[in-house]
Design a protein. Structure first.
Length: 89
């Protein structure tokens, strides 16, 4: 639910390209404290990273990135919407 304002719902499937580093403002799959999450990703010139979602914004310094075992898994390249299930007549 953290990116529903971007049209990504909890039951959608996303395609991640691990060979592609996300551009600033792109949606990325990131790992932090061993947890995976989709976030809008911004890399600043000083090495800080900003992660945004509907739940808010988090800024990570280089030291905080190391402490959180932070890594970018890849950039989102597609979102597949779940088809509505047809109800029997």
């Amino acid at each position: 639910d953290c990116l529903s304002s971007d049209g990504i719902d909890s039951d959608d499937r996303v395609v991640i390209n691990p060979a592609e580093m996300p551009q600033n403002g792109a949606i990325a799959l990131v790992s932090m404290f061993g947890m995976l999450a989709l976030k809008r990703y911004y890399h600043l010139s000083n090495g800080d990273v900003i992660l945004r979602s509907d739940e808010g914004e988090r800024r990570l310094t280089s030291t905080e990135q190391e402490d959180a075992c932070f890594s970018v898994i890849g950039a989102m390249v597609a979102c597949v919407k779940k088809r509505p299930v047809a109800k029997p007549l």
